[in-house]
Each structure stands twice: as C-alpha cells, then as structure tokens.
Ligand binder design. Structure first.
Ligand SMILES: Cc1cc2nc3c(=O)[nH]c(=O)nc-3n(C[C@H](O)[C@H](O)[C@H](O)COP(=O)(O)OP(=O)(O)OC[C@H]3O[C@@H](n4cnc5c(N)ncnc54)[C@H](O)[C@@H]3O)c2cc1C
Length: 302
C-alpha cells in the first residue's frame, strides 16, 4: 500500500546557509521547573519572521548561531530543531515558528571535562526577546502526517523534546475534525517536566485521544522480565506493551501508522515491543520491517 503525501506541496530548503532567513525572538519561556537542574531546562522559543517561512509540523528548521566555531575557525554549523507549532504558528498569523529546545551538556572523555554546555542549544535557551536568530530550511519530508489522516489511527511516541512535532500535528488533527484514534506515549524523567502537558491534557476531551506518560525516574517497570529496562525504569515501551491488545488491534489496520521521535536509541527499546505486538497478532515476519516496507513507521531520532 502506498500513502500519498502532498509531496509537491512540501516546502523544503527555502532558506539556506548561503541565503538564510533572519527572524527575531518574541518569546522564550521555560517549559519545566528547574528542580532537576539545567539538563532538564527546556524552552519554548518563538521566532517571528517577516519573510514567508512555510513549514509543516514534523519538519525541522536549521539554526545558525552567531560567531565562529572555535573548533574549525569557521562560522558555526547549523543545528536542526523540530518545529513545535502548527503551520500557521502559535499566533495563527503565519509569521512565527516555535521550537522546543533542551539545554545539551556533554562530557569529554579525552580531557575528562564534564558538563560542557552544547553551543547551539544553550544559545537558543538563552535568547532574549528582540534577539535576532538566523534560520534555514525547512527540511524533512518523511515525518509528516499523510494527507488522508482524518480516519486513520496513529501511535505517536516521544521522548523529551521529541514531543515537539506532535504538538503541531495533534492541534491540526483535532482542528480538522480528526475521526481516527491517536495514542500519544510520552517518556520523560520526572513528572514536573512533562512538556506541554496542560495542552495535551485538554485533548482528553476527545474520546479518540489516549495520552500515556512514562515517568522513568518516578515509576517502576512492573514487567521487567517481559520488557527489561535499565534499573527497571518506566520507559514508553513498557506502557506500550501494557496496551498490547489495543495497539495490536490498531496496527492490524492496514492504514494505521507509528511515529517515534526523540532520543537516539529509543528505537532499540521500542522495536522489540512492536515485534512482540506483531507476533501476538500472528505476524510471522518482522513486524518492524513490515511497517517500514508499508511506509507506516516514521522515525526521527537525534
Ligand atoms: C532532525 C533533528 C531534529 C532535532 N530537533 C530537536 C529539538 O526539537 N529540540 C532539541 O533540543 N534538539 C533537537 N535536535 C538536536 C539539535 O540539533 C542539537 O544536536 C542539540 O541541540 C545539541 O546541539 P548543541 O550545539 O547544543 O551541542 P554541540 O555543541 O553541537 O555538541 C553536541 C555534541 O557534539 C560533540 N562535541 C561538541 N563539541 C565537541 C568538541 N569540542 N570535541 C569533541 N566533541 C564535541 C559532543 O558529543 C556533544 O555531545 C534535533 C536534531 C535533529 C537531527
């Protein structure tokens, strides 16, 4: 089965490193409490652009921070960030793009230095109202909703800032009178850093929306012998397996789709669960391979 996307209408690479778009920061708000330290500081950053920047939820834009990269002596390379708004932006005027950015920190094994701040993420998280931001893109053709989404079933899975694309997608789906069913599995470390939680909670009024949070540092995995997790933490794949029956019935529908977005490596925990679900529903071959071949599995990890 092939799925039609409006490929002709997907805006890509309208702005490049050579010809970027300069926008201005209009909002930078914290989405988390700071009780768990700067690594859990996630920001919702809204950038206003005068020129047109058409994009779709599920696409990303590039950000080029100002200055010279000390490593290369050249201007900084662009970093990609998923669009976290609907296509008309948070203010509905088609002139803003929103990003959901977590401060990145890393350890250097060569020097032993720990907690080195990532350049671009900390630059974005520190933006002030009025600061200019250089953008490229949009990019991405594969992590989009199909045109005929209205009656399909979807399983959205996110870890951390991987929630960004679903914010726009879900809003657009419900505004368009979505009639299928959609599961949102969201994995975060702590209950008070569930990004956009209030927004997603409001969708519970739709009886076809199922919102399931996996709080890894606060909940224990009750089925470690079936779905093993590090230190028996509660991860999204545990919650998915607990819903095996409903998800299996959904995935048995030939036009249902699964989307994964967030931390690189999340597939390693989730694919075996998809395989188990497939096996329990009588799929003989690899269910993941089947979903991929049928273009029903979309993955965006970083
Ligand atoms: C499609 C896509 C979508 C994304 N969407 C989002 C999103 O919505 N939100 C979000 O927060 N992030 C997102 N990201 C991640 C984002 O692009 C950046 O990778 C992230 O913000 C870290 O960038 P940074 O500049 O802060 O870190 P950097 O400074 O670039 O560091 C990143 C890594 O580079 C290595 N490194 C850096 N400097 C050195 C050095 N001197 N020597 C050796 N190694 C070094 C380290 O391994 C470090 O962990 C996305 C990525 C992709 C590909």
């Amino acid at each position: 089965m092939t799925f039609l996307f409006m490929s002709a209408n997907i805006p890509v690479n309208l702005y490049t490193v050579q010809k970027p778009l300069v926008g201005v920061t209009v909002e930078n708000k914290s989405l988390t409490t700071l009780s768990h330290g700067p690594k859990n500081d996630v920001r919702h950053v809204v950038i206003r652009h005068k020129e047109k920047l058409p994009y779709l939820p599920g696409q990303s834009v590039g950000v080029i921070m100002p200055g010279i990269d000390p490593l290369t002596g050249k201007p900084h390379k662009l970093r990609l960030y998923s669009v976290a708004s609907v296509r008309n932006g948070d203010f509905g005027d088609g002139q803003t793009v929103s990003l959901c950015v977590v401060r990145h920190f890393w350890d250097n094994p060569k020097t032993g230095e720990k907690g080195i701040p990532g350049l671009s993420s900390n630059y974005l998280c520190d933006l002030k109202k009025g600061d200019l931001v250089t953008l490229t893109g949009p990019v991405g053709r594969h992590f989009l909703l199909p045109d005929d989404f209205k009656n399909r079933d979807f399983i959205f899975v996110a870890t951390g800032t991987g929630i960004a694309p679903y914010r726009g997608m879900l809003k657009e789906m419900f505004e368009a009178g979505f009639e299928g069913r959609v599961w949102l599995y969201f994995g975060v470390q702590y209950g008070d850093v569930v990004l956009y939680d209030k927004e997603f909670e409001t969708y519970r009024k739709h009886k076809n929306f199922f919102y399931i949070k996996a709080i890894s540092r606060e909940e224990k995995n009750p089925i470690p012998s079936v779905i093993p997790t590090r230190e028996n933490r509660m991860y999204v794949q545990v919650k998915m397996y607990q819903d095996c029956k409903a998800l299996g019935e959904t995935l048995a529908k030939k036009d249902s789709m699964v989307y994964l977005c967030g931390l690189k490596g999340m597939e390693a925990g989730i694919f075996p669960v998809l395989e188990k679900i497939g096996a329990e529903f009588g799929v003989k071959e690899s269910f993941v391979a089947k979903l991929k071949a049928e273009q029903r599995l979309r993955v965006e990890v970083y």
